[in-house]
Design a protein around this ligand. Structure first.
Ligand code: SAM
Length: 334
């Protein structure tokens, strides 16, 4: 579908084609890199955007160039059948070429088939370890078996699967090669994410746990014969393949190799705020105008106002030094 209205651009000429939609701030895990141990106060049900409100925003943005959406959270699957309805509506939206979902897979075993029938083809699953006891330590819930069953269901439903591992020193950095080894016999893309200082983490705590992907790659290259692959230009990951492997490796390095120049994304939080940059505290409330009868052209002006504040480059370290972020990752949408 051609873009029929002026594209949405930030002040640096980058156009927005990708919206990451958080459908809930709730999560059934408490991963150490994401959430405090005792969680955070959740938004009430009426503060969270309805499926129809989310769809209105998406349909509003499509004629301005939106092509790709990802459903995330919190844990998106805790919203149950509403997520399946949302997927069905998004995959049926003309102009949206790509719909993805990011999940911890704890609830995926029973939802993989319905999601597939709703038109979803791609799933990213967070998997930080292959050791059940370690999973309980990192996620603070002993739900490795559930996640494993969710992954199995995703394989059975023939999803294109990416596995996301946040690598942290002393927690799971010794498992990088084990996770990578999965790609030899499985058509997964195993992706290594650098730990970002988001939320109220203290700078020294973050630094103690942070592992640069340069170190991850060094471990991989010392263990396997690896070839680089070509990634598409808007991709945030560098891609590799273990020689002879069915799957691929992705390396996502927001800290050590910023990819802001090609950033084409915007985030929508579950309570209806636009977040132009993950590393910035600036957010723009879209829910108030949405709920007070704003017209489409008024809403687009609000989106443009939010985009105008998108910084040229992320500055996670600067922000953590200045006191951290107001929201944790689960409240933004990863
Ligand atoms: N609950 C879902 C899940 O676990 O995949 C979706 C939301 S989660 C916030 C999305 C992604 O953000 C996950 O892959 C998670 O590992 C990643 N993430 C969360 N906090 C992070 C951090 N501080 N640094 C790097 N990645 C983080």
């Amino acid at each position: 579908m051609p873009t029929s209205l002026p594209v949405l651009e930030d002040s640096f000429g980058r156009s927005v084609q990708y919206l990451r939609i958080s459908v809930t701030d709730r999560c059934n895990l408490r991963c150490v890199y994401c959430m405090p141990e005792h969680g955070v106060p959740y938004e009430s049900r009426d503060e969270i955007l309805s499926v129809d409100e989310i769809l209105r925003i998406v349909r509003l943005l499509v004629p301005h160039g939106l092509r790709k959406v990802r459903i995330t959270g919190g844990e998106p699957l805790v919203r149950g059948s509403e997520v399946v309805d949302l997927v069905a509506a998004l995959t049926a939206t003309p102009g949206i070429a790509d719909v993805g979902l990011t999940t911890n897979a704890v609830l995926l075993a029973s939802m993989a088939e319905p999601l597939r029938r709703a038109g979803l083809r791609r799933i990213n699953i967070s998997l930080d370890t292959l050791q059940p006891e370690r999973f309980a330590k990192i996620a603070r819930f002993a739900k490795f078996e559930e996640t494993q069953r969710g992954l199995d269901a995703a394989v059975a439903a023939e999803f294109a699967i990416k596995l996301n591992m946040v690598v942290m020193r002393g927690l799971n950095d010794d498992e990088v090669c084990e996770l990578a080894r999965l790609t030899i016999a499985h058509p997964f893309q195993v992706r290594f994410l650098e730990y970002m200082p988001i939320g109220q983490v203290r700078p020294w705590e973050w630094r103690e746990k942070y592992v640069s992907n340069d170190d991850v790659l060094a471990s991989l290259f010392s263990e396997f014969e690896i070839d680089p692959l070509e990634a598409d230009s808007s991709s945030t990951s560098r891609l590799f393949r273990i020689r002879g492997a069915i799957g691929t490796l992705g390396v996502i390095s927001p800290m050590s190799h910023k990819f802001c120049a090609g950033c084409n994304r915007l985030r929508l939080t579950a309570n209806g705020a636009l977040v132009p940059c993950l590393s910035d505290n600036f957010e723009y409330d879209l829910r108030a105008p949405l709920r007070s009868g704003a017209t489409d052209s008024e809403l687009i002006e609000h989106v443009r106002a939010a985009l105008a504040k998108k910084p040229l480059q992320s500055d996670f370290e600067g922000r953590v030094e200045r006191g951290g972020s107001y929201r944790i990752m689960a409240q933004i949408g990863g």
